[in-house]
Design a protein around this ligand. Structure first.
Ligand code: ATP
Ligand code: MG
Length: 461
């Protein structure tokens, strides 16, 4: 990467003022690797394009109206944006105009947070004193040190320009485990009307990054405190303070945060953590002995989660996986369960295409998130998973496709053409096989088929 970026500097020439900006500088100071390297330059996009092409490099006009081109160097795509100032913002989303060719300081001033408003000249990237060569007019280095997300300039004004910034503040706090500086945080509730105008797709992207963060719980608490939760996820508000009875140490909202932290940082698991109990408020009952129950909350959570994900324009694939996790989070197999009952669980997971391991990872997170702080649930969980894995490895038939007699053979055997009966028969066979999977052979099934036909089709007495 460093070699490629120096190569680019050689191609564009010393007067290009090429600098590394934004997240790349922040992450380098933090010793975080892996993000993309955004670059900025004093050159106009047309000049960048011409010089890069003359050097035989591939160039893509990614966002030419905002001054951005992408140049491919040694297989790495680099976005190069001409130093720019933003004109007025009228719609809470986009500046009406951009001015290219401004000074680097003005380019940095339009950026959202001080930790994202630093630039490192490419010529200094490899120098031993690179940290001192950083252009840092808003003291981003100090805020990095203090672990603070602070708006560049006046937060009320910056959040009036672009309604996504408040959510980005919470997202960076969750990703970096930082606090949001008090003035910046206090400006958020004042600007909710601007935030309301942001496209759901962009909200979804930022929420997903927040949920994946090392401090997702912190991000969620910030959403609550700043009023953003009520704006984009109002269905979750009733979880706050919802008492869950004596089996839980935490209220439903803190449990939600704890589960988000306890499941691996994979997008479907984190979204499922956020939404899995959102049906609880509507299902809460207290019995005569004072015990709290949430009967049927999985089904209710499913309805709410569906509405939330649709509103936020989640992709189809993520939608299905999250809903499957929500649907099946209430299955609590115990050592007393029969093998048959365990296979039925495997079958339900198969029907929803939910891999056993994914379900298991969520289940463990849900248990850990009860907040008792002990890890007693881990060995029990491992034992359960070992048992389920073993049963799954024997490849029991879990769908009609896996039956030893296919639909055609069943029709021939009973001398009937297809109809709803076929599905009923297949479901019946599968159900019987849950107890005796070894009978999934042509001969083994045939007896059951005939018995079923006799029962189902004999004239009523
Ligand atoms: P990530 O690691 O998520 O890529 P990043 O800081 O690079 O973090 P991007 O969304 O890629 O974040 O944005 C790149 C840079 O552009 C930011 O560091 C910031 O300087 C600037 N920026 C991005 N979005 C905004 C915004 N809405 N308002 C102001 N500046 C922004
Ligand atoms: Mg980036």
């Amino acid at each position: 990467m460093i070699h490629a970026v120096c190569q680019l500097q050689a191609v564009l020439g010393p007067e290009s003022g090429l600098v590394l900006v934004g997240g790349a500088v922040r992450d380098r100071l933090l010793g975080r690797e892996g993000g993309d390297w955004d670059l900025a330059s004093a050159l106009m996009p047309e000049v960048v394009t011409t010089r890069a092409k003359m050097a035989g490099l591939k160039v893509f006009p990614t966002g030419i109206q905002h001054g951005t081109v992408t140049v491919l160097v040694e297989g790495h795509p680099f976005e190069i944006t001409t130093f720019r100032g933003d004109g007025d913002y009228l719609d809470g989303r986009h500046p009406v105009s951009v001015r290219l060719g401004v000074a680097l300081e003005e380019d940095l001033a339009r950026r959202d947070f001080t930790i994202n408003a630093m630039a490192l000249p490419v010529e200094a990237v490899e120098s031993p004193d690179w940290q001192d060569r950083i252009v840092d007019p808003f003291h981003g280095k100090d805020d990095l040190e203090a672990r603070l997300v602070r708006a560049v300039g006046n937060p009320l004004q910056r959040f009036a320009e672009d309604g996504l910034r408040p959510l980005r503040a919470c997202r960076f706090a969750a990703q970096l485990d930082f606090s949001v500086e008090e003035g910046t945080l206090l400006a958020v509730p004042e600007r909710l009307e601007v935030a309301r105008m942001v496209a759901m797709e962009r909200v979804f992207v930022e929420l997903t990054k927040l949920l994946k963060g090392v401090a997702a719980d912190r991000g969620l608490a910030l959403l609550e405190r700043s009023g953003l939760l009520g704006l984009w996820l109002p269905e979750l508000l009733p979880l706050i303070g919802l008492d869950q009875g004596r089996h839980h140490r935490l209220d439903a909202w803190h449990h939600t945060q704890a589960v988000a932290m306890a499941v691996p940082p994979e997008v479907p698991l984190r979204w499922a953590a956020l939404l899995h109990d959102c049906g609880k408020p509507a299902c809460r009952t207290v019995d005569e002995a004072g015990n709290v129950h949430f009967y049927g909350h999985e089904a209710q959570s499913l309805i709410v989660a569906e509405a939330v994900l649709q509103r936020l324009r989640s992709s189809r694939a993520l939608f299905s996986e999250v809903l499957a996790l929500v649907r099946h989070h209430g299955n609590h197999p115990t050592p007393e369960w029969s093998d048959g009952a365990c296979r039925r669980l495997l079958r339900r997971l198969e029907e929803d295409r939910l891999p056993l391991e994914t379900w298991g990872a969520f289940r463990l997170g849900d248990q850990r998130g009860k907040g008792w702080g002990d890890e007693a649930c881990v060995p029990q969980h491992q034992a359960l998973m070992d048992r389920l894995r073993q049963l799954a490895q024997a490849r029991p038939p879990l769908s009609p496709k896996a039956l030893a007699l296919d639909g055609r053979t069943l029709m021939a055997l009973l001398g009937r053409s297809g109809g709803p009966w076929l599905g009923e028969l297949q479901a019946h066979l599968l159900e019987k096989l849950m107890e005796e999977p070894e009978r999934n052979t042509a001969e083994g099934l045939e007896t059951w088929v005939r018995e079923w036909a006799k029962e189902a089709w004999s004239p009523p007495v």
